[in-house]
Design a protein around this ligand. Structure first.
Ligand SMILES: [Zn+2]
Length: 185
């Protein structure tokens, strides 16, 4: 089964007419946590990423919390490599819990979704300050449109069209807008 079909089947990818938290409207809504609640399906989707990264000579996978943690764990499991996570402390991305990155280690950042790459770049800074080498970003869904600041390895690329409400074509057709996360699903 293709990654996109698994995302739809698990409710991680919805198609329709959505009100986003930004106030804009969209034709799609992605919530990768809905995929990650099924370990077997998550493993299947992420095996497409493992196939792309298996020759990178990775020492360590590092995912920013929350979205990157399970992706790091599953890719680490498939590759037989160590997987840790960064998290924010006083709003600054950092390593806690005794996690260490050693000088010279080759590190792949993991995310559930990449858009601007902001949290990835905060994690890249943590890796580089520890003396590690950043190899890129592995993720489930790449929404960066090729504009992420690092190489991206993804299970699928996806564009989500967003509109200001007054310009939304679905509103003009009279299609009711749905707020994702409401009980309508
Ligand atoms: Zn609309």
């Amino acid at each position: 089964m293709m990654s996109i079909d698994i995302l739809k089947e698990t409710g991680a990818l919805l198609e329709g007419h959505f009100l986003l938290s930004s106030g804009r409207h969209s034709n799609r809504y992605a919530q990768n946590a809905k995929l990650l609640q099924y370990p077997d399906k998550a493993a299947q989707v992420l095996s497409a990423v493992t196939e792309q990264i298996k020759d990178l000579e990775i020492d360590l996978l590092v995912g920013p919390a929350m979205g990157g943690i399970i992706v790091a764990y599953e890719l680490g499991r498939q590759l037989g490599k160590r997987a840790i996570f960064t998290e924010r402390e006083n709003n600054v991305m950092t390593l806690r819990r005794g996690f260490e990155i050693h000088p010279g280690e080759r590190v792949l950042i993991t995310e559930d979704v990449v858009t601007t790459g902001k949290s990835s770049m905060e994690t890249a800074r943590v890796i580089e300050e520890a003396g590690g080498t950043v190899l890129g970003i592995a993720c489930i869904v790449d929404r960066s449109k090729g504009e992420a600041p690092l190489q991206v390895y993804s299970a699928m690329q996806m564009d989500i069209d967003t509109y200001a409400p007054e310009e939304c074509p679905f509103c003009k057709q009279g299609i009711p807008v749905v707020k994702p996360g409401s009980r309508k699903f």
